[in-house]
Design a protein around this ligand. Structure first.
Ligand code: HEM
Ligand code: HEM
Length: 209
Protein backbone atom coordinates (compact mmCIF):
# COMPACT_ATOMS: atom_id res chain seq x y z
CA UNK A 1 0.00 0.00 0.00
CA UNK A 2 1.33 3.46 -0.87
CA UNK A 3 2.04 5.83 2.03
CA UNK A 4 -0.23 8.89 2.06
CA UNK A 5 -0.68 12.07 4.05
CA UNK A 6 -3.70 10.40 5.74
CA UNK A 7 -1.51 7.64 7.09
CA UNK A 8 -0.33 8.25 10.74
CA UNK A 9 2.86 6.32 10.19
CA UNK A 10 3.67 8.51 7.16
CA UNK A 11 3.16 11.70 9.20
CA UNK A 12 5.26 10.38 12.09
CA UNK A 13 8.07 9.48 9.64
CA UNK A 14 7.95 13.01 8.23
CA UNK A 15 8.04 14.49 11.75
CA UNK A 16 10.94 12.18 12.68
CA UNK A 17 12.82 13.29 9.58
CA UNK A 18 12.10 17.02 10.07
CA UNK A 19 13.22 16.89 13.72
CA UNK A 20 16.47 15.15 12.73
CA UNK A 21 17.16 17.77 10.07
CA UNK A 22 16.37 21.07 11.62
CA UNK A 23 16.47 21.32 15.39
CA UNK A 24 18.91 18.42 15.84
CA UNK A 25 21.09 18.93 12.77
CA UNK A 26 21.12 22.68 13.43
CA UNK A 27 22.06 22.10 17.07
CA UNK A 28 24.86 19.71 16.08
CA UNK A 29 26.42 22.28 13.72
CA UNK A 30 26.09 25.07 16.31
CA UNK A 31 27.42 22.87 19.14
CA UNK A 32 30.52 21.81 17.18
CA UNK A 33 31.19 25.41 16.18
CA UNK A 34 30.73 26.48 19.85
CA UNK A 35 33.25 23.88 21.00
CA UNK A 36 35.70 24.76 18.22
CA UNK A 37 36.13 28.07 20.11
CA UNK A 38 38.43 26.06 22.42
CA UNK A 39 41.14 26.76 19.80
CA UNK A 40 41.20 30.42 20.89
CA UNK A 41 42.10 29.64 24.51
CA UNK A 42 40.36 29.24 27.90
CA UNK A 43 39.30 32.90 28.34
CA UNK A 44 37.69 33.08 24.92
CA UNK A 45 35.96 29.69 25.30
CA UNK A 46 34.63 30.44 28.79
CA UNK A 47 33.42 33.90 27.68
CA UNK A 48 31.64 32.30 24.70
CA UNK A 49 29.92 29.73 26.96
CA UNK A 50 28.99 32.48 29.48
CA UNK A 51 27.46 34.60 26.67
CA UNK A 52 25.32 31.65 25.57
CA UNK A 53 24.31 30.83 29.15
CA UNK A 54 23.21 34.47 29.50
CA UNK A 55 20.59 34.23 26.72
CA UNK A 56 17.08 35.00 27.99
CA UNK A 57 14.68 32.03 28.21
CA UNK A 58 17.62 29.66 27.64
CA UNK A 59 16.01 26.76 29.50
CA UNK A 60 12.83 26.99 27.39
CA UNK A 61 14.93 27.18 24.21
CA UNK A 62 17.00 24.16 25.28
CA UNK A 63 13.88 22.11 26.06
CA UNK A 64 12.08 23.05 22.81
CA UNK A 65 15.06 22.99 20.43
CA UNK A 66 17.22 20.22 21.91
CA UNK A 67 15.65 17.99 24.60
CA UNK A 68 12.15 17.48 23.19
CA UNK A 69 13.21 16.97 19.52
CA UNK A 70 15.93 14.56 20.70
CA UNK A 71 13.50 12.55 22.82
CA UNK A 72 10.92 12.39 20.01
CA UNK A 73 13.46 11.62 17.25
CA UNK A 74 15.31 9.01 19.35
CA UNK A 75 12.04 7.52 20.69
CA UNK A 76 10.49 7.09 17.23
CA UNK A 77 13.91 6.06 15.87
CA UNK A 78 13.86 3.12 18.31
CA UNK A 79 10.30 2.26 17.18
CA UNK A 80 11.50 2.26 13.53
CA UNK A 81 14.47 0.03 14.45
CA UNK A 82 12.27 -2.28 16.55
CA UNK A 83 9.65 -2.68 13.83
CA UNK A 84 12.30 -3.79 11.29
CA UNK A 85 11.74 -3.52 7.57
CA UNK A 86 12.24 -5.67 4.49
CA UNK A 87 13.04 -2.57 2.44
CA UNK A 88 16.85 -2.73 2.59
CA UNK A 89 16.80 -6.07 0.78
CA UNK A 90 15.94 -4.09 -2.35
CA UNK A 91 18.96 -1.82 -1.93
CA UNK A 92 22.45 -2.16 -3.36
CA UNK A 93 25.24 -3.58 -1.15
CA UNK A 94 26.52 -0.11 -0.13
CA UNK A 95 23.02 1.26 0.53
CA UNK A 96 22.24 -1.79 2.67
CA UNK A 97 25.32 -1.07 4.82
CA UNK A 98 24.38 2.60 5.18
CA UNK A 99 20.85 1.58 6.18
CA UNK A 100 22.17 -0.55 9.05
CA UNK A 101 24.89 1.94 10.03
CA UNK A 102 22.19 4.63 10.35
CA UNK A 103 20.40 2.45 12.90
CA UNK A 104 23.55 1.33 14.75
CA UNK A 105 24.82 4.93 14.96
CA UNK A 106 21.42 6.06 16.34
CA UNK A 107 21.70 3.56 19.21
CA UNK A 108 25.38 4.44 19.77
CA UNK A 109 24.47 8.17 19.96
CA UNK A 110 22.09 7.38 22.84
CA UNK A 111 24.97 5.66 24.71
CA UNK A 112 27.35 8.53 23.89
CA UNK A 113 24.83 11.15 25.03
CA UNK A 114 24.28 9.34 28.35
CA UNK A 115 28.04 9.50 28.99
CA UNK A 116 28.46 13.02 27.54
CA UNK A 117 25.58 14.62 29.47
CA UNK A 118 26.70 12.80 32.63
CA UNK A 119 30.19 14.29 32.24
CA UNK A 120 28.97 17.82 31.37
CA UNK A 121 25.43 18.96 32.30
CA UNK A 122 24.79 16.51 35.16
CA UNK A 123 28.33 16.90 36.56
CA UNK A 124 27.84 20.72 36.50
CA UNK A 125 24.54 20.38 38.38
CA UNK A 126 26.31 18.41 41.11
CA UNK A 127 29.34 20.73 41.16
CA UNK A 128 28.56 24.35 40.17
CA UNK A 129 32.34 25.12 40.10
CA UNK A 130 32.57 23.25 36.78
CA UNK A 131 30.69 26.00 34.91
CA UNK A 132 33.01 28.67 36.33
CA UNK A 133 35.86 27.24 34.22
CA UNK A 134 34.35 24.81 31.74
CA UNK A 135 37.46 24.92 29.55
CA UNK A 136 39.79 23.51 32.22
CA UNK A 137 37.17 20.96 33.25
CA UNK A 138 36.88 19.71 29.64
CA UNK A 139 40.66 19.80 29.34
CA UNK A 140 41.03 17.54 32.40
CA UNK A 141 38.25 15.25 31.22
CA UNK A 142 39.70 14.87 27.70
CA UNK A 143 43.26 14.36 28.99
CA UNK A 144 42.16 10.80 29.78
CA UNK A 145 42.76 8.75 26.60
CA UNK A 146 39.60 6.61 27.10
CA UNK A 147 37.38 9.71 27.35
CA UNK A 148 39.06 11.30 24.32
CA UNK A 149 38.58 8.15 22.21
CA UNK A 150 34.90 7.88 23.28
CA UNK A 151 34.38 11.55 22.32
CA UNK A 152 36.00 10.99 18.92
CA UNK A 153 33.72 7.98 18.35
CA UNK A 154 30.62 9.88 19.53
CA UNK A 155 31.52 12.86 17.37
CA UNK A 156 32.16 10.96 14.12
CA UNK A 157 29.15 8.64 14.62
CA UNK A 158 26.88 11.66 15.16
CA UNK A 159 28.32 13.39 12.09
CA UNK A 160 27.91 10.21 10.00
CA UNK A 161 24.31 9.82 11.24
CA UNK A 162 23.50 13.41 10.31
CA UNK A 163 25.26 13.40 6.90
CA UNK A 164 23.77 10.05 5.85
CA UNK A 165 20.42 11.26 7.25
CA UNK A 166 20.64 14.32 4.98
CA UNK A 167 21.03 12.05 1.95
CA UNK A 168 18.10 9.77 2.90
CA UNK A 169 15.93 12.74 3.89
CA UNK A 170 16.43 14.27 0.42
CA UNK A 171 15.04 11.01 -1.01
CA UNK A 172 12.11 10.80 1.45
CA UNK A 173 11.14 14.44 0.83
CA UNK A 174 11.26 13.87 -2.95
CA UNK A 175 14.16 16.28 -3.59
CA UNK A 176 16.48 13.75 -5.23
CA UNK A 177 14.31 11.57 -7.40
CA UNK A 178 16.74 9.87 -9.80
CA UNK A 179 20.00 7.95 -9.29
CA UNK A 180 22.19 10.74 -10.75
CA UNK A 181 20.73 13.39 -8.40
CA UNK A 182 21.12 11.02 -5.44
CA UNK A 183 24.77 10.40 -6.35
CA UNK A 184 25.50 14.13 -6.73
CA UNK A 185 23.79 15.00 -3.44
CA UNK A 186 25.53 11.99 -1.82
CA UNK A 187 28.90 13.61 -2.60
CA UNK A 188 27.67 16.87 -1.10
CA UNK A 189 26.66 14.99 2.09
CA UNK A 190 30.05 13.23 2.29
CA UNK A 191 31.79 16.61 1.89
CA UNK A 192 29.59 18.30 4.52
CA UNK A 193 30.14 15.37 6.91
CA UNK A 194 33.92 15.60 6.51
CA UNK A 195 33.88 19.37 7.14
CA UNK A 196 31.65 18.97 10.22
CA UNK A 197 33.73 16.08 11.59
CA UNK A 198 36.91 18.12 11.04
CA UNK A 199 35.34 21.08 12.88
CA UNK A 200 34.49 18.84 15.86
CA UNK A 201 37.95 17.21 15.87
CA UNK A 202 39.53 20.67 15.64
CA UNK A 203 37.49 21.66 18.72
CA UNK A 204 38.58 18.54 20.65
CA UNK A 205 42.25 19.27 19.82
CA UNK A 206 41.74 22.78 21.28
CA UNK A 207 41.33 21.20 24.74
CA UNK A 208 44.50 19.11 24.48
CA UNK A 209 47.05 21.87 25.05
C1 HEM B 1 33.60 17.84 19.79
C2 HEM B 1 33.07 17.13 20.76
C3 HEM B 1 32.18 17.73 21.82
C4 HEM B 1 32.53 18.57 22.86
C5 HEM B 1 33.92 19.10 23.20
C6 HEM B 1 31.30 18.84 23.61
C7 HEM B 1 31.22 19.63 24.75
C8 HEM B 1 30.07 19.90 25.46
C9 HEM B 1 30.01 20.72 26.64
C10 HEM B 1 31.20 21.43 27.28
C11 HEM B 1 28.71 20.74 27.06
C12 HEM B 1 28.13 21.46 28.30
C13 HEM B 1 28.13 22.94 28.14
C14 HEM B 1 27.25 23.41 27.03
O1 HEM B 1 26.04 23.45 27.24
O2 HEM B 1 27.75 23.75 25.95
C15 HEM B 1 27.94 19.96 26.12
C16 HEM B 1 26.57 19.77 26.17
C17 HEM B 1 25.85 19.02 25.27
N1 HEM B 1 26.36 18.30 24.19
FE1 HEM B 1 28.29 18.25 23.60
N2 HEM B 1 30.25 18.19 22.99
C18 HEM B 1 30.75 17.50 21.90
C19 HEM B 1 30.02 16.73 21.02
C20 HEM B 1 28.67 16.51 21.08
C21 HEM B 1 27.91 15.72 20.13
C22 HEM B 1 28.53 14.97 18.94
C23 HEM B 1 26.60 15.79 20.52
C24 HEM B 1 25.40 15.16 19.84
C25 HEM B 1 25.23 13.89 19.72
C26 HEM B 1 26.54 16.60 21.72
C27 HEM B 1 25.39 16.90 22.41
C28 HEM B 1 25.31 17.69 23.54
C29 HEM B 1 24.06 18.01 24.22
C30 HEM B 1 22.66 17.53 23.82
C31 HEM B 1 24.41 18.85 25.30
C32 HEM B 1 23.42 19.46 26.32
C33 HEM B 1 22.75 20.64 25.75
C34 HEM B 1 23.57 21.88 25.89
O3 HEM B 1 24.11 22.09 26.98
O4 HEM B 1 23.69 22.67 24.92
N3 HEM B 1 27.80 17.02 22.04
N4 HEM B 1 28.79 19.45 25.16
C1 HEM C 1 22.49 14.55 17.06
C2 HEM C 1 21.47 13.74 17.07
C3 HEM C 1 20.73 13.28 15.81
C4 HEM C 1 20.61 13.90 14.58
C5 HEM C 1 21.19 15.25 14.13
C6 HEM C 1 19.81 13.01 13.75
C7 HEM C 1 19.44 13.27 12.44
C8 HEM C 1 18.79 12.38 11.60
C9 HEM C 1 18.39 12.66 10.22
C10 HEM C 1 18.60 13.98 9.48
C11 HEM C 1 17.80 11.52 9.73
C12 HEM C 1 17.24 11.31 8.31
C13 HEM C 1 15.73 11.25 8.26
C14 HEM C 1 15.21 10.78 6.91
O1 HEM C 1 15.78 9.84 6.30
O2 HEM C 1 14.21 11.34 6.45
C15 HEM C 1 17.84 10.53 10.78
C16 HEM C 1 17.36 9.25 10.64
C17 HEM C 1 17.30 8.33 11.67
N1 HEM C 1 17.61 8.56 13.00
FE1 HEM C 1 18.53 10.21 13.74
N2 HEM C 1 19.48 11.88 14.47
C18 HEM C 1 20.03 12.01 15.74
C19 HEM C 1 19.91 11.10 16.77
C20 HEM C 1 19.27 9.87 16.70
C21 HEM C 1 19.10 8.96 17.79
C22 HEM C 1 19.60 9.18 19.23
C23 HEM C 1 18.42 7.88 17.33
C24 HEM C 1 18.00 6.68 18.16
C25 HEM C 1 17.88 5.49 17.74
C26 HEM C 1 18.16 8.10 15.91
C27 HEM C 1 17.54 7.20 15.03
C28 HEM C 1 17.35 7.38 13.69
C29 HEM C 1 16.85 6.37 12.75
C30 HEM C 1 16.43 4.94 13.09
C31 HEM C 1 16.83 6.95 11.48
C32 HEM C 1 16.44 6.28 10.15
C33 HEM C 1 14.98 6.51 9.84
C34 HEM C 1 14.57 5.89 8.53
O3 HEM C 1 15.33 5.14 7.90
O4 HEM C 1 13.45 6.15 8.14
N3 HEM C 1 18.68 9.33 15.57
N4 HEM C 1 18.42 11.08 11.92
Amino acid sequence: MRASIHDNHFLLRRLHSALGLLPLGGFLIFHLWENSQSRFGPEHYNAQVAAIQDINYLLIIEVLVIALPLLLHAGYGLVIIGSGSAEPLRYSYARNWLYWLQRISGIAIIAFLALHLGLTRIAALLDPQINADLFRYMQQSLSQPVTLILYLFGLWLSVFHFANGLATAAISWGLTTDAAAQRRFGWFCIGSGLVLGALGTHGLIGFLK
